[in-house]
Design a protein around this ligand. Structure first.
Ligand code: DOR
Ligand code: ZN
Length: 339
């Protein structure tokens, strides 16, 4: 029997929602990961420390008995966020970051920021308190082609943000293009990026060729093969600027299979196994542990986990659904399984 043992990983980009769906998805993540950075794009969004603490309690209630899991809370940046909010967040041991959604970029981003330059004073406060800024890096300009929205965001906004706030720690979330990889590689060690399993495993053909497949639709949207290859190269490079963030984003089936379907892939059920398939096909299993278990916690200044987990090389079929959620690669075979 072939096995792989690695330090227990963390997921630095996760949506768990609230209410009934949280109870389905959270056990999946808590089984594999020690900690996860919880995205704040609920309805209404998680803007204040008080809201985050209430949400955190709801998450703690959903952790199965005997499982050790720590939610790391991120707050949603809005134009109404104040410097005082940031100071309070910096003093709260459960808040680890602020998330910037350009208004209209994705699910529940209406409360996001339309003009990024308007919140420069908030970036200055984040820099001062050394709280990381997590960025959904896509422009929302209607005239910008959806496949170009990430690299245009770099040119229009990210270059200036990095220049103006050289000590601000930034995570460029769920990077999807070779331009984003190059940008992260060429900037200071204050800038890192998360990479999702779907962006390592698929290019945009999977959504559109041979019929439209809504369960592969997420934002930023999957790109051309040349971009997928650049992401794989970054993930297996051993460069500590790139680390695991699944962006597992559950939506009920009827909201995905809809004439205006929601963006998001549900991957938490087997996130690690999805990543392993991507690493193994490049003969890079030895690079998985750094990416999954070390580089993210190092970037955030958290201690590395000490427990280990074990995976066995065995084929298994992903179920057609988990309750009313269709998982990524539903019905297909994965080659490793956590035991
Ligand atoms: O595909 C996505 N789904 N991308 C995001 O940025 C948000 C997420 C969600 O919350 O559903
Ligand atoms: Zn996300």
């Amino acid at each position: 029997m072939k096995t792989l043992t690695i330090t227990r990983p963390d997921d630095f980009h996760l949506h768990v929602r609230n209410g009934a769906i949280l109870k389905t998805v959270l056990p999946h993540t808590a089984r594999q990961f020690a900690r996860a950075m919880i995205m704040p794009n609920l309805k209404p969004p998680v803007i204040t420390v008080t809201q985050a603490l209430v949400y955190r309690e709801e998450i703690l209630q959903a952790i199965p008995d005997g499982v050790n899991f720590t939610p790391l809370m991120a707050l949603y940046l809005t134009t109404a966020t104040t410097i005082d909010d940031i100071q309070q967040a910096a003093q709260c041991e459960h808040i680890y970051a602020f998330k910037l959604y350009p208004a209209g970029a994705t699910t529940n981003s209406d409360a996001g920021v339309a003009d990024v330059t308007k919140i420069y004073p908030l970036f200055a406060a984040l820099e001062k308190y050394d709280l990381p800024l997590l960025i959904h890096g896509e422009v929302t300009d209607e005239n910008c082609d959806i496949f170009d929205r990430e690299h245009v965001f770099i040119e229009r906004h990210l270059i200036d943000i990095v220049k103006n706030f050289p000590c601000l720690r930034i995570v460029f979330e769920h990077v999807t293009t070779k331009e984003a990889v190059q940008f992260v590689e060429s900037t200071s060690n204050k800038i890192a990026a998360t990479i999702t399993p779907q962006h390592l495993l698929f290019n945009r053909n999977v959504i559109l060729a041979g019929g439209i497949k809504p369960h592969y639709y997420c934002l930023p949207i999957l790109k051309r093969e040349i971009h997928r290859k650049a992401l794989v190269k970054a993930a297996i490079s051993g460069n500590s600027k790139f680390f695991l963030g699944t962006d597992s984003a559950p939506h009920y089936t009827h909201l995905k299979e809809n004439s205006c379907g929601c963006a998001g892939c549900y991957s938490a059920f087997g996130a690690l196994e999805l990543y392993i398939d991507a690493f193994e096909s490049e003969n890079a299993l030895d690079k998985l542990e750094g990416f999954a278990s070390f580089y993210g916690s190092d970037f955030y200044g958290l201690s590395r986990n000490v427990e280990t987990i074990m995976l066995e090389k065995i084929d298994w079929q992903i179920p057609a659904s988990y309750d009313d959620l269709i998982p990524l690669k539903a019905g297909e075979v994965l080659h490793w399984k956590m035991i």
